[in-house]
Design a protein around this ligand. Structure first.
Ligand code: PMP
Length: 412
């Protein structure tokens, strides 16, 4: 179907052949991090074997190679997000650093007392704590858009919260705790009518769906490489060029200046202005290889395949007695959050782990949204393009056995 062959895809990921506890590894913790195809692993080795240098193009041959590789990766990120130019892409450590960069370099200069930052209840702590701090520093107020029973953002409440006081709307594209896909384009349109800028946390969107920053018309978009089959320690911030050009540096030092005297410094234009010091060159190149990998398959193809898996997973989980799915929005990607009556999420996570099945059990760095559903913790299997129907069946079989064993104990 769609020419998508999951068996072939799985062969590209060497770690999927690992055994854990004598069992085949079943990786359903993709929302925490994803595995790397051989092409990414090879690309990073190739860099260190043949191209390693700091990035100063003119200096010598290896410098030219590493600069070409690094700037080539920037181009791939731009293409992946459909940004209009690589100059709109800043390499950062990940989503967390991208958001902190915007809070420091844009937020501190654009927010004043009684202004408002609008977030949603769905946010990861990374898209919440920096704004809380910024509010304390500037006297601005944080407004939070509630969600409905399915875990979808309430647009009616959002419309009521928005006003000319709103200077920034910061929202997740896909919730890491529930899988909700938020209506980003519509929310950005509404924000812009009030003159607010829009930052999108794309950490959980990029591995699952086609992102087009121009179609979304967001002002900032951030993501982490490690969630999209690339290395840890690298990610990207997209910003509209007119905003990025006017922004102040985040960190300062080498590589980000055009000229320095003892009294003053002139900064480089964007994106170099935001990349002080020696960056994570090899991993940026590795990220480029990861994006090549998913773009070759096609994000729409990945999205379609994963949606079939997700629908199947929801259907099967619903057959388990006492299981409650958390997050049932119509628009949803990858994440199957649940709790089961009579079991702690830790017990469930342990039972799965014993069978080689990796899921997350915890608060997923998104405590407010779990508390919104009266919970401190859920079990969270999360899917990616290399997962299969058989793996979902294996997970469901473990859960069935666990819940049945409890019932026999209770009856005896
Ligand atoms: N936002 C969301 C929605 C996430 O899922 C994550 C990672 N769990 C982050 C932000 C933070 O990403 P990182 O830890 O890679 O900076």
């Amino acid at each position: 179907t769609d020419g998508f062959e999951v068996t072939l895809v799985r062969r590209d990921f060497p770690i999927l052949a690992e055994k854990v506890n004598g069992k085949n590894l079943i990786w359903l913790d993709n929302a925490a991090t994803t595995h790397k195809p051989q092409s990414v692993i090879d690309r990073i080795s190739y860099f260190y074997a043949h191209e390693n240098s700091n990035v100063h193009r003119g200096a010598h041959t290896l410098a030219a190679r590493s600069t070409d590789a690094y700037e080539g990766a920037r181009k791939k990120v731009a293409q992946f997000l459909n940004a209009s130019s690589p100059q709109e892409i800043v390499f950062v450590r990940g989503t967390t650093e991208g958001i902190n960069l915007v809070a420091h370099s844009w937020g501190r200069y654009h927010l004043q007392k009684d202004d408002e930052i609008v977030i949603t209840w769905l946010e990861h702590h990374a898209n919440m704590v920096p704004w809380q701090i910024l509010c304390r520093e500037t006297g601005a107020n944080l407004r939070v858009v509630p969600v409905d029973e399915t875990g979808q953002v309430r647009l009616d409440e959002y419309a009521r919260i928005l006003s000319p006081k709103a200077k920034l709307v910061a929202l997740t594209h896909v919730s890491n705790a529930l899988g909700t896909v938020t209506p980003v384009a519509e929310m950005a349109f509404m924000a812009h009518r009030h003159g607010a800028k829009v930052l999108v946390d794309g950490a959980q969107a990029v591995p699952h769906l086609k992102v087009d920053v121009q179609a979304l018309d967001c002002d900032f978009y951030v993501f982490s490489g490690h969630k999209v089959f690339g290395p840890t320690g690298i990610g990207a911030l997209y910003a509209k060029p007119e905003i990025l050009d006017a922004m102040h540096p985040y960190q300062s030092g080498g590589n980000m200046i055009a000229d320095v005297t003892l009294e003053r410094s002139l900064y480089q234009p964007a994106p170099q202005r935001f990349e002080a010091g020696t960056g994570n060159i090899a991993d940026a190149v590795g990220l480029g290889a990861a994006l090549d990998y998913v773009m070759a398959i096609g994000m729409e193809t990945i999205d379609r395949y994963e949606h079939r898996l997700l629908a199947y997973g929801m259907e099967m989980l619903r057959t388990i007695n006492g299981l409650r799915l958390i997050g049932t929005a119509k628009e949803k990607a990858s994440v199957l959050s649940f709790v089961i009556d009579g079991f702690t999420t830790e017990e469930i996570g342990q039972a799965l782990s014993q069978e080689g099945i990796a899921v997350r059990a915890g608060h997923h760095c998104a405590q407010p949204i779990l508390r919104r559903f009266g919970l401190e913790s859920t079990v969270r299997p999360s899917l990616a393009l290399y997962n299969t129907i058989d793996e979902i069946d294996a997970m469901v079989a473990v859960l069935k056995k666990l819940t049945l064993s409890q019932r026999t104990t209770r009856w005896s």
